[in-house]
Design a protein around this ligand. Structure first.
Ligand SMILES: C[S@@+](CC[C@H](N)C(=O)[O-])C[C@H]1O[C@@H](n2cnc3c(N)ncnc32)[C@H](O)[C@@H]1O
Length: 218
């Protein structure tokens, strides 16, 4: 996925700014974890004069600024750094390399790594046991569907981690926030289910509309 698919900008009713309070609240509740990771695990002595922080999967709206404020607040607490600079804006997929080798001191990624680089191909193959019947998620789907997502996810995480392993400076720190499911719970208990079901139904309706209008026009 070389292209970027940004969230809706501006501050209208459909903008990410007006529709990301859940992410903001979850990031706020992880602030003390973030601060203690920076205080306890980041090795600032080993960083060069330039201190670089990247937010992978940042979006329009205030969430990135709040996250950066929290990170800089914790850094200031740790060693009173006031002079920091950042690398230029990067717009490409975080599943590949984005930054020079050993150039980042802090890598932060919130509510972004749950998005796969692509839907597993077999989900759309009617002859595959992993055929997902036009649905967009694995909740309540056959086991093979969940497995196909899981395999794709493992590949994507491998690529992400391999790229970040190159980019993280010695003594640096990576902070990841992402929705998950406690061990031992069922896919149907995923906390994102209530959001994805209406989304799936809207997307299916839109696809049906397009198909209908094409049939009418042809
Ligand atoms: C739900 S938003 C999260 C925004 C922000 N981090 C927050 O916490 O509010 C997910 C973001 O991840 C980005 N994203 C998803 N997959 C990506 C990829 N492979 N490479 C770069 N960005 C990606 C999307 O464009 C979007 O901006």
């Amino acid at each position: 996925m070389g292209e970027s698919f940004p969230m809706t900008g501006g501050d209208g009713p459909c903008s990410y700014t007006k529709n990301s309070s859940q992410q903001r609240a979850s990031a706020a509740s992880a602030k003390s974890l973030l601060t203690s990771a920076i205080l306890g695990n980041l090795d600032i002595e080993r960083s060069s004069r330039m201190f670089a922080i990247a937010d992978l999967g940042c979006s329009t709206g205030p969430n990135t600024f709040i996250a950066m404020e929290n990170i800089i607040g914790a850094l200031t607490q740790k060693c009173k750094i006031e002079d920091y600079s950042s690398l230029p804006r990067v717009s490409s997929s975080f599943h590949g390399r984005l930054f020079p080798k050993a150039s980042l001191n802090i890598i932060y990624s919130a509510f972004s790594l749950q998005w796969l680089s692509k839907a597993p191909q077999e989900l759309g193959d009617v002859n595959s046991p992993a055929w997902n019947k036009g649905r967009i998620y694995y909740t309540d789907a056959p086991r093979e569907v969940g497995q196909a997502y899981s395999i794709q996810y493992a590949k994507d995480m491998d690529s992400f981690l391999a790229a970040r392993a190159e980019e993280l400076a010695p003594g640096g720190l990576m902070l990841i926030l992402m929705p998950g499911r406690p061990d031992g719970t069922l896919p149907s208990q995923n906390s994102l289910g209530p959001f994805l079901r209406p989304l799936e139904s809207c997307l299916t309706d839109m696809v049906d509309e397009v198909c209908k209008s094409r049939n009418l026009n042809n």
